[in-house]
Design a protein around this ligand. Structure first.
Ligand code: CTP
Length: 412
């Protein structure tokens, strides 16, 4: 089979050097990559580097190899175009259809999915002109990855950093897997996902916790971003790297998770509770470390109930058409317990999986049945957590009310 053809567009920002790493990830994983830098990008990384790393010729203008009509051919034959970094100027040109070099021509001729990974100073990112250009591109189906927050060129910090190249690579992989459907069915939607496991402190050094790794919640976040959603990920104790283009809110306990989920859910189209939330917490938090005493048995730990976040958001929907999804980790009578839990919690969908010491927690795979409040049951065979995540979104999308501003037309 032919290798998937990827066009890596590089525009003129300091983060261009990070695109070398993205290029390596793409080529090493079996993609045929044609790098199309802008003239300005070559101030940061030269054509020799792009050519050597990609094994393909590199040009910036439309007047090289004219007999091959590159300004049309490169875009027409691509399976994916990813622009990383995308400067404010590049986003503006793409949004307005300006075609004054090879990359902008390629964006106009591409009929495949297009991913933009913007990088710029916070002021430029937040400027209404840039925000409107981003909205235009997203409305047409392009995936515009939210920039990361952190150190920018010079001493300043803020939103505008290019996300980690590994994470941009993950988005590209997801978008390529979805083909023409990428960036579309969740465009204009805000989804909130909780992931990981809460920890309930007993004293300054100990906590009650659980075995959730957070991987299923992160797979949901990545797949939602690749389908065009604005994603808020409420993360509890996972230690996993932030997925590109996702707003991450860190929490520790069930009470903190509840607060963060309720706040983010206020304008959400869908809320997915993949986190393992502790049902109980120690009734008393010891300010100092609990010490053992010679000859004395340890005192029992009294517990109190934590709020049930899933039941609460299902009962009091922030928006009437909001879709709420829960997860059920069961060890016995998996389906019967799942059906009962779906009724008790009042959510629209419940992903039921069997757990055990070696099952599900921490693994890259999962097997589940998705139960719907209308009685539908969708079995998901054993496979990558990303496949289960995509099935969840496939079931969420038709249940969303109208209001997402999806549009048809060219991605770029
Ligand atoms: N959940 C929640 N708040 C809690 C406990 C659980 O929001 N305090 C959510 C989880 O995020 C998950 C779902 O409820 O989506 C089911 O979690 P699970 O632990 O399987 O259910 P429990 O309510 O704990 O039921 P039981 O202990 O009876 O199995």
């Amino acid at each position: 089979m032919d290798k998937p053809k990827v066009v890596l567009g590089v525009s003129g920002g300091i983060a261009a050097y990070k695109a070398c790493e993205l290029l390596r990830r793409l080529t090493e994983s079996g993609h045929d990559v044609r790098v199309v830098p802008t003239e300005a990008a070559l101030h940061f990384v030269g054509a020799a580097t792009w050519s050597a790393l990609s094994g393909n010729p590199v040009s910036t203008g439309v007047w090289t190899d004219v007999h091959e009509v590159p300004h049309v051919r490169i875009g027409q034959h691509a399976d994916l175009v990813v622009v990383a970094p995308a400067t404010a100027d590049m986003l503006a040109k793409a949004a307005h259809g300006i075609a004054d070099d090879l990359l902008t021509n390629t964006l106009l001729t591409a009929r495949c999915p297009v991913v933009f990974a913007p990088a710029m100073h916070t002021e430029m990112w937040e400027h209404p002109a840039t925000q409107e250009n981003v909205a235009t591109l997203r409305r047409r189906g392009a995936v515009v990855v939210e920039p990361a927050v952190g150190r920018l060129t010079g001493a300043d910090t803020g939103k505008g950093r290019l996300p980690d190249p590994d994470e941009i690579f993950e988005i590209c992989r997801r978008v390529l897997a979805r083909g023409a459907a990428a960036g579309r069915d969740l465009a204009g939607r805000h989804v909130v996902i909780s992931a990981g496991g809460t920890r309930e402190p007993l004293d300054p050094v100990r906590y009650l916790g659980n075995r959730s790794s957070g991987k299923q919640g992160y797979a949901l976040a990545r797949t939602a971003a690749a389908r065009g959603a604005r994603v808020t990920l409420i993360e509890a104790n996972t230690g996993l790297p932030d997925p590109a283009g996702v707003d991450v809110v860190r929490v520790g306990t069930a009470v903190q998770l509840r607060e963060a989920v309720l706040k983010a859910a206020a304008d959400a189209d869908a809320v997915v509770m993949a986190a393992a939330v502790a049902d109980f917490r120690p009734a008393v938090y010891a300010e100092g470390k609990i010490k053992k005493k010679d000859g004395q048995e340890p005192a029992p730990v009294a517990l109190v109930r934590n709020p049930d976040v899933l039941a609460e958001i299902s009962a009091e929907r922030a928006r009437p058409e909001q879709v709420v999804v829960g997860f059920a980790a069961e060890t016995d009578d998996v389906l019967a317990n799942g059906r009962d839990k779906l009724r008790r919690k009042g959510c629209d969908l419940l992903v039921v999986n069997e757990v055990g010491e070696r099952k599900t927690f921490g693994s890259e795979e999962n097997e589940a049945v998705v139960l719907a409040a209308d009685g539908a049951e969708t079995p998901v065979p054993y496979g990558p957590k990303e496949a289960l995540a995509d099935t969840v979104w496939d079931l969420v999308v038709p249940r969303l009310g109208a209001s997402g501003d999806t549009d048809s037309g060219n991605s770029g």
